[in-house]
Design a protein around this ligand. Structure first.
Ligand code: SAM
Length: 230
């Protein structure tokens, strides 16, 4: 299967870029029981030229660009784990009043400085402990490549939190690497089909799930899931 224009399979970071420094940083924090503590030092190290942030590329995710976002018309969108803002800017350009958040203050600083004329509201926030005012408040929620960067121990919590942001009548778009054989040498740890299904519940209904082949990527395959709250 493919969703690329012209039938070409899609591939994109982090599957195709070096992960060694990222994994070295992540391993230390994961072993210390701090599964989200490595993102800020990674962004900071990248700022000093000591590391590379594999997903920090100028263009929006190929998988987001391939998805026909309905025109926002001023409706509210939330971009989870936005990093330096590549996908948030794409969502805002489609006409959404967009809020985008990341746990890393350096990533949010980068997003603001790279997009000085942006309409996006960039916020430092933790998916695992989000502002209560965000509950059921967004017409579009984008979760792209973030849950897969979190270890399985906190994944159920992260997945449940993502769903809480979707307003009645709203849509959740999940874009993620797809697990083939239960790969354990993350991050990233690709999502299983059961983990995709877990985004549903508490009023969220799975509308479609596509598995997209990405044969030229280290991660081989990806999910695109669309959910709605009635
Ligand atoms: C693999 S990156 C993907 C970034 C972005 N979604 C993209 O595709 O370009 C994961 C992002 O999630 C952020 N993140 C990790 N844990 C988070 C949490 N608990 N709350 C908010 N952001 C988080 C990281 O700082 C990082 O920017």
């Amino acid at each position: 299967m493919t969703d690329a224009p012209g039938g070409r399979p899609l591939s994109e970071p982090p599957g195709d870029r070096p992960l060694s420094e990222l994994r070295r940083l992540a391993d230390g924090h994961l072993r210390a029981g701090d599964p989200t503590g490595w993102f800020e030092p990674l962004y900071a190290a990248a700022g000093d030229g000591r590391a590379e942030v594999p997903w920090d590329v100028p263009t929006a995710s190929a998988h987001l660009r391939a998805y026909p976002l309905p025109p926002g018309g001023g409706r509210r969108a939330l971009v989870v784990g936005c990093g330096p803002g590549r996908d948030a800017e794409h969502v805002a350009a489609a006409g959404y009043a967009t809020t985008a958040f990341d746990i890393s203050p350096t990533a949010i600083d980068l997003a603001r400085s790279r997009h000085p004329d942006s309409t996006v509201t960039y916020v430092v926030a933790d998916l695992l402990d989000p502002p209560t005012t965000w509950a059921r408040s967004f017409d579009l929620v984008l979760e792209s490549n973030n849950v897969q960067a979190l270890p399985r121990s906190i994944r159920a919590t992260a997945i449940a939190r993502v769903g809480t942001f979707v307003a009645p009548g709203g849509t959740l778009l999940v874009l993620a690497a797809a697990a083939i054989t239960g790969e354990d040498d993350g991050p990233p740890w690709p999502l299983t089909r059961a983990e995709i299904d877990a985004f549903a519940g508490d009023g969220l209904r799975l509308v479609s799930v596509d598995r997209v082949d990405a044969p030229d990527s280290r991660l081989h395959a990806r999910w695109r899931a669309v959910l709605e709250r009635s």
